[in-house]
Design a protein around this ligand. Structure first.
Ligand SMILES: [Zn+2]
Length: 239
């Protein structure tokens, strides 16, 4: 039996054992893009399939029916030769927003760019381009979250003229445009700023990267936003 055969059978056992089939998440069976026989092969998932995979993963997380078991030297070794992530996830450093947990994903499945406030500078943009153009990820998700301390700091910088020591101000400044825009919107300023920040970061990726824009035009990648609710565990995806 091939290595991939062994792994896929184990994946099936894992799926059956954890109850995902009973939870209606059987769609994930057989979807193991990071475990391709050729470790350098890219994921075979389309953009829409990748997004669906994130949604079913989040549903499993919320239900307490996560399937992923990360460990095992055979699985680790199988990934040593290469990676084939099906999504790039740009998210906050907040310790409650680990994307692999939120989306029931394993090693090799998500290419993660994390900085407090989920903003994107040139280094992050380069990481996104690498994930899309080199690793072949068909989806980029920018994920904000409720109660984000970085966005809250930006709100206080605008509304209270708060000042921050060290490099924290530098971290907060890219979020300021979202706060200023949110001030013109009805409703809760922090929530609006969090959602607006996601949209602005998506725009910044599109405007800042010709590589991503070309891949998008060619139908090779899709950019989506989302906000994770710390209380419910649910990710609200923005179209
Ligand atoms: Zn945050």
């Amino acid at each position: 039996m091939s290595t991939s055969g062994i792994l896929s059978r184990r994946g099936l056992f894992r799926t059956l054992a954890c109850g995902c089939v009973a939870a209606g998440l059987g769609v994930r069976m057989g979807v193991a893009p990071a475990l391709a026989a050729d470790p350098k092969a890219k994921t075979t998932l389309s953009s829409d399939e990748a997004l669906a995979r994130l949604k079913t993963g989040n549903e499993a997380f919320v239900k307490g029916a996560s399937c992923v078991v990360v460990g095992g030297v055979e699985r680790i070794a199988a990934l040593a030769g290469g990676q084939a992530p099906f999504a790039v996830v740009v998210t906050c450093s907040d310790s409650r927003t680990s994307p692999e947990l939120l989306f029931d994903a394993s090693l090799g499945e998500l290419f993660v760019v994390r900085v407090a406030g989920n903003t994107v500078d040139q280094t992050a943009l380069g990481s996104i381009e690498y994930g899309v153009a080199v690793l072949g990820a068909p989806l980029v998700l920018v994920l904000g979250h409720s109660g984000c301390g970085a966005v809250e700091a930006a709100v206080k910088m605008v509304t209270e003229r708060a000042e921050y020591p060290g490099a924290i101000a530098t971290m907060v400044e890219p979020i300021l445009p979202a706060v200023l825009k949110a001030q013109t919107q009805p409703g809760d300023l922090l929530s609006n700023a969090i959602a607006t920040n996601v949209r602005l970061v998506l725009g910044a990726i599109g405007n800042g990267s010709a590589m991503v824009t070309e891949a998008k035009k060619a139908g090779k990648v899709r950019l989506v936003g989302g906000v994770y609710d710390l209380s419910s565990g649910v990710v609200d995806f923005q179209a």
